[in-house]
Design a protein around this ligand. Structure first.
Ligand SMILES: Cc1cc2nc3c(=O)[nH]c(=O)nc-3n(C[C@H](O)[C@H](O)[C@H](O)COP(=O)(O)OP(=O)(O)OC[C@H]3O[C@@H](n4cnc5c(N)ncnc54)[C@H](O)[C@@H]3O)c2cc1C
Length: 510
């Protein structure tokens, strides 16, 4: 083992992936985590003895984990069981209509033709062509790159990439762009919702977020044991490679000596010396001085707009009235008001879209059989203020389940069958976030340049997680962990033995 000591603060996706890669390189890696298990936002809640996945539920971009695990001599299949889903999501509207989006684009096209007509099916085909081109254009310069500068990004795009972006009308927001793609307002609404995957409003997000549709069409998987199974698998691999995990260990302060990081102080009073520290919490914690006054300058001074938070219900209960698939979305008739309420008024939405994850599906269930259900509505990230009262939470809960009933799904939370999680709860769990679940909102096309990258102005301090480049989501946070590990290795001048993203697939060391 090398005598370089790395402490990783946080066992979220970013921290776990950094731990795997750095431990695999023989570095002395310790992960300190406030919670009692790995995963961070990837977590489950206990509902009367049943674990219900209560963080991310949509697993995409498996290539990120395939490449990462292959690079350390194992594979996703060796570590856990995952199954591709045939239905990406089932969508319900107040007019009684329903549409399944399928993993097979031709099946989706046929479903759209039957549901909305041949012209709309043709528009869907064009839309798929556009999102494919967009994803291919942005994967290298944006998703896989270390934090890009504007100049480098433009250079990496090249003439062809710039052409793809120009066709989109780069100054259009996602909502406007989708108005050009679809005539049926329901499809516009369906694809606009992808902005919420990075915690943003379709009215303020750049049209480039259409690429998230492509990410889903490339595949959505279910993980045996839930998404927490993924976090557990990654922590197992990191441990096998020699990383040490210390749970229930909060980092109170990151220490500096002689102008560089020298270790971390735990809340218990213990000091862990380290010459490199990767911080996997919300970048806002550094900005607000939570981990030491001297670290404020490690991230851009201006606080960005926070992304969405959520109000969620983890449930174990029978459902009645509708045939659910695994991922289900219940739309409202007015979509814009949801984002006005959240971003302009910082209040729980009057008309919330409801996401319902039926985690035991698509398997058939017996009538009346209790199943694991996770319901989510978007909420403002003001969990650190007094803006969301108990009364407002209760009213939102009543409206949410009334809406589901109106659309045909009988589901009622009780104190016995459900556990509610509020923006305040998320804020407590993810310090300085206000409950924002996706770092900063992606509210302009330049936001890719405003997130901090893996390196900071403070020597020895690195960042990983959804609040840093390339942004939020399980695979993106994993990529950020990879970028942080690369930056650490580059600083140790060991890059020649370290696999970069492009070569991950070819590297295999037992
Ligand atoms: C309800 C919900 C639904 C979501 N849905 C999806 C989805 O379907 N698909 C998807 O891809 N993504 C989804 N996301 C987003 C995704 O979960 C996150 O973007 C990603 O998991 C963030 O990983 P991270 O690396 O930023 O770490 P985080 O998950 O933010 O974890 C950071 C860890 O650091 C620890 N920590 C922080 N400060 C300290 C400290 N001082 N000392 C010790 N430990 C500390 C925290 O306890 C935490 O465990 C969802 C998130 C939530 C909450």
């Amino acid at each position: 083992m090398s005598d370089h000591r790395v402490v990783i603060v946080g066992a979220g996706m970013g921290g776990l992936c950094s731990a795997i890669l750095l431990a695999h390189q023989g570095l002395d890696v310790t992960v300190v985590e406030s919670a009692g298990e790995p995963g961070g936002k990837v977590h489950s809640r206990d509902v009367a003895g049943v674990a219900v996945d209560s963080g991310p539920t949509v697993f995409t971009m498996r290539w990120v984990f395939d490449a990462l695990l292959r690079s350390v001599g194992t594979s996703l299949e060796a570590e856990l069981r995952i199954t591709p889903l045939q239905v990406l999501a089932r969508h319900f509207w107040p007019d009684g209509s329903q549409l399944d989006l399928s993993a097979n684009a031709q099946e989706s096209e046929a479903a759209i033709a039957a549901w909305s007509g041949g012209d709309e099916a043709r528009r869907f085909r064009d839309f798929c062509k556009t999102t494919r081109a967009l994803y291919a254009t942005l994967e290298g310069p944006m998703i896989r790159a270390q934090r890009p500068s504007m100049g480098r990004f433009m250079g990496d795009l090249g003439f062809k990439g710039l052409g793809v972006l120009a066709q989109l009308g780069p100054m259009r927001n996602l909502w406007q762009q989708l108005g050009h793609q679809f005539a049926d307002p329901r499809l516009r609404q369906l694809f606009a919702r992808y902005a919420t995957y990075c915690g943003s409003s379709p009215w303020q997000s750049p049209a480039t977020l259409m690429l998230i549709a492509q990410v889903e069409m490339d595949g959505v998987w279910s993980v045996d044991g839930g998404m927490v199974g993924l976090a557990q698998a990654l922590s197992r691999v990191a441990r096998r490679r020699g990383a040490v995990f210390r749970y229930h260990s909060s980092c109170q302060r990151i220490e500096q000596r002689h102008g560089r990081v020298s270790g971390v102080h735990l809340q218990s009073g213990e000091f862990l010396p380290a010459d490199r520290v990767i911080f996997n919490g919300d970048a806002g914690a550094l900005r607000s001085g939570l981990l030491g006054d001297g670290l404020r300058q490690a991230v851009p001074a201006q606080a960005p707009t926070r992304s969405l938070s959520a109000l969620t219900w983890s449930m174990h209960t029978p459902t009645e009235g509708l045939a659910l698939d695994r991922h289900n979305v219940f739309f409202q008739s007015s979509y814009a008001s949801e984002f006005e309420d959240i971003f302009a008024h910082q209040r729980l939405p009057e008309q919330a879209t409801v996401y319902v994850c039926a985690q035991d599906r698509p398997a058939d269930l017996l009538p009346g059989q209790a199943e694991r259900i996770f319901c989510l509505v978007n909420a403002p990230a003001c969990g650190d203020g007094n803006g969301i009262t108990e009364e407002a939470l209760e009213q939102c809960q009543t409206r949410t389940f009334q809406h589901l009933r109106q659309l045909g799904l009988a589901l009622q939370p009780t104190t016995r069958n459900s556990v509610r999680t509020t923006p305040q709860d998320f804020h407590r769990r993810f310090p300085a976030s206000g409950g924002a679940l996706y770092g900063q909102a992606t509210h302009s096309w330049t936001s890719i340049f405003s997130r901090p990258g893996a390196t900071t102005p403070l020597p020895g301090l690195y960042l990983a997680g959804g609040s840093v480049h390339p942004g939020p989501g399980v695979p993106m946070a994993a990529l950020s962990g990879q970028r942080a590990a690369e930056a650490v290795m580059a600083s140790l001048a060991l890059t020649n033995t370290f696999p970069r993203a492009a070569t991950f697939g070819g590297m295999s060391t037992p």
